[in-house]
Design a protein around this ligand. Sequence first.
Ligand SMILES: Cc1cc2nc3c(=O)[nH]c(=O)nc-3n(C[C@H](O)[C@H](O)[C@H](O)COP(=O)(O)OP(=O)(O)OC[C@H]3O[C@@H](n4cnc5c(N)ncnc54)[C@H](O)[C@@H]3O)c2cc1C
Length: 394
Amino acid sequence: MQAQSFSRLLAPLAPVHDRHESFSPTLLTLLKEQGVWLAVHGRAGARPRLAVQCAWAEALAAACPATAVLVQSQMTLAHTLALGGTPSGLALVEDMRRGVITGWGLTEAEAGSDVLSMRSTATLDGDSYVINGSKRFISNAGMAAQYLVFARTAPEHSSRAISGFLVAAGAEGLSIPRHERKLGLRACPTGDLVLDAVRVGADALVGGVGDGVGLALKTLQWSRPLIGAVGLGIARGAYESLRDLIESEPGGLSVLTGARQDDGHRVADLVIEIAAARALLYDVARRADEAGTLPAIWEASASKTFCSDLAMRVVCEALAIGGRAAVKPGAPLERYFRDAKVTQIFEGTNQIQRNAIVKNLPSFSGEAQLAPEQSTVLGKPAAGMPPTRPGESP
Ligand SMILES: Cc1cc2nc3c(=O)[nH]c(=O)nc-3n(C[C@H](O)[C@H](O)[C@H](O)COP(=O)(O)OP(=O)(O)OC[C@H]3O[C@@H](n4cnc5c(N)ncnc54)[C@H](O)[C@@H]3O)c2cc1C
């Protein structure tokens, strides 16, 4: 199944998910039956392609941002488990290919952006670890079969003091006492995990002792472009909703070149910015795939920030241009507006992304990188290419 075809099946479920504040059982069946998990995780043992995962996240978000975030969270966690390389983690990736849902437990009430303030502990006791603490804002809480929980294995304020452990949802001592009521992404369950003397075997460790922060940071280099893709999908969905709305009004789209020329220019700016965001995101993802590496830190942050800020901007512009029809409760733009905001917050807030870019300033002094087939003389179209596409006017 291709991402675009799946998103057509998904679109009618989006308002239902939002209204019921939960995913419909139909969605979970569709994700399995239509082979989405296999498509996004890639072939067993093979490195997934970031550009393919971004294309899925974008297509799903244009139809239903909550579903996109569910799928993105699984792509992200599978990446951490693959990086950790331990047998229990790799076995879980195989289960995820078959649709087992997992959750990522890093954030705490007093440790969001500043991960090193984490208080949860994992203490070695014989041949097992005993985990105590609590986690906040954990996506898929109550829905996941396994959680990757980060906890302190040493007391010092150091990136080597934190490790990651797999904890089964049914583990004794694990509870989920509350869920958040959220502005957007309402179908995604987001809750607290409380770990009260939860005992896990030493084989639950993902990576080595003290690898937790390193694994988390490397995962973010992979997952930030994926959140960018969710933002881009929301921006695209909002723009398409606006276009449909104007088209359905008397005069249709021609009002944008006539009576409402000012709105027309605003819509043109949205088109330019969506195209620019796409170019940035897929350039970052394709180059990482070709090199077989993670995107550079600044690229991961730039694509996440640009696309998620764009999501917010496009939705706000679309609401302003669309007017009364756009803001009706239940109208797609109203939902996109609520869903867009969180893309600026999770996977590191956009302030934290800007900090990361400033700490890793790139140089642009090299030549622009063109793919071989694009290396034509500037200004001249490549042989056989028409100067404009049929149907387009200059
Ligand atoms: C819907 C949702 C789902 C989530 N899912 C998960 C999940 O599955 N697993 C998980 O572990 N976490 C999850 N999170 C948590 C998310 O990653 C955190 O909310 C995020 O990292 C920010 O942390 P915080 O909310 O504690 O804000 P804080 O870190 O307290 O930040 C508050 C404000 O201060 C700013 N700020 C903080 N430090 C700096 C700084 N150094 N420089 C400049 N500005 C700064 C921030 O940008 C922000 O505006 C989720 C959050 C949400 C909203």
